[in-house]
Design a protein around this ligand. Structure first.
Ligand code: G4P
Length: 286
């Protein structure tokens, strides 16, 4: 489901998440491992402030693992606790619990010194739509709790889910808005399916994705589509070759570019052309 974000919704979402944050010891900021910068809410530091933070790089099965290591270092430098997760296949879940323990160690030690009884760490998940919040909650809970659907902010009736021995997680995530301002970020959000009804033109999304893959994994690309196109060829030649090979043609034997664009975007979204991280630490203005 698509969300329309208006200033009023954003303010409400921020207010609700800020309110929920008071109940937790640690925040799980979920980002898409394919775009660890572009998939962050633009005001996230303002929302979370000094609360201990585990940054969860979600959907790692679709990302470039070498690049993720660099992102982990980057987030560590910021004082956060990064973890890579593939919730779809149940990988990295134990590390989430471990990171939460690590991130709240000092707070728990202080409570112990004061003579307070040991208790479970309380956490909540926040992130933009479609980064995998509900999928992760359901995996951590080991049952289906969170609806995979999107409503800004958080809903009212919430419960704590027990995760392992050390952790309690709010069953509803905080949903925050994505970045809107930057065209390139818009293309990346569309390419990863974070925004489906695009705010950027789909032809530009496909061109951006295709150019990225030509540069980073040319061989896989030509093998996947079984085409022979020069690496330096104009992008239209790629569209033509893919369209003709797949029989995506209109009347008069013309290539149906809309169909080619849809094919390319879907293939990238589903990681059929390889596993990529489109945000590179070295190129980011971070
Ligand atoms: P949200 O709550 O943050 O909005 O996200 P949600 O969990 O609904 O996940 C959005 C999409 O991302 C879903 O796909 C979900 O299956 C997929 N997803 C979540 N985590 C992972 C992961 O670790 N790896 C991969 N590969 N995919 C993941 P969908 O196409 O909307 O639905 P479906 O594929 O489940 O039918």
């Amino acid at each position: 489901m698509a969300i329309q974000w208006y200033p009023g919704h954003m303010a409400k979402a921020k207010r609700e998440v800020t309110e929920q944050l008071k109940k937790v010891d640690v925040v799980f900021e979920l980002v898409d491992a394919r775009i660890p910068y572009s998939s962050r809410n633009p005001m996230i530091d303002d929302v979370i402030q000094q609360k201990p933070r585990v940054v969860i790089l979600a959907k790692k099965d679709m990302a470039n693992l070498k690049e993720l290591e660099k992102w982990e270092s980057y987030f560590k430098e910021q004082g956060f606790y990064p973890v890579e997760v593939d919730a779809k296949h149940g990988k990295g879940l134990k590390q989430v619990e471990q990171a939460a323990i690590e991130a709240t160690k000092e707070k728990m030690a202080r409570e112990k010194e004061k003579g307070l009884k040991p208790r479970a760490i309380r956490a909540m998940i926040v992130g933009i739509p479609n980064v995998g919040k509900s999928t992760l909650i359901n995996k951590l809970a080991k049952k289906s709790i969170a609806q995979t659907g999107n409503k800004p902010g958080v809903t009212k009736q919430q419960q704590w889910i027990k995760v392992g021995n050390a952790l309690q997680l709010l069953d509803t995530p905080g949903i925050l808005w994505p970045k809107f301002e930057d065209q390139l970020i818009g293309k990346k959000l569309s390419l990863t399916g974070a925004i489906k009804d695009s705010i950027v033109h789909l032809d530009e999304v496909a061109i951006y994705g295709l150019e990225f893959i030509i540069e980073h994994d040319y061989d896989r690309l030509i093998n996947h589509y079984n085409i022979s196109v020069d690496k330096e060829a104009p992008i239209l030649e790629w569209f033509d070759a893919i369209g003709r090979r797949r029989g995506l043609l209109q009347k008069g034997n013309e290539v149906d570019y809309e169909a080619v664009i849809e094919l390319i975007i879907n293939d990238i979204r589903n990681a059929k052309l390889g596993t990529f991280t489109f945000d590179l630490v070295t190129e980011m203005d971070v």
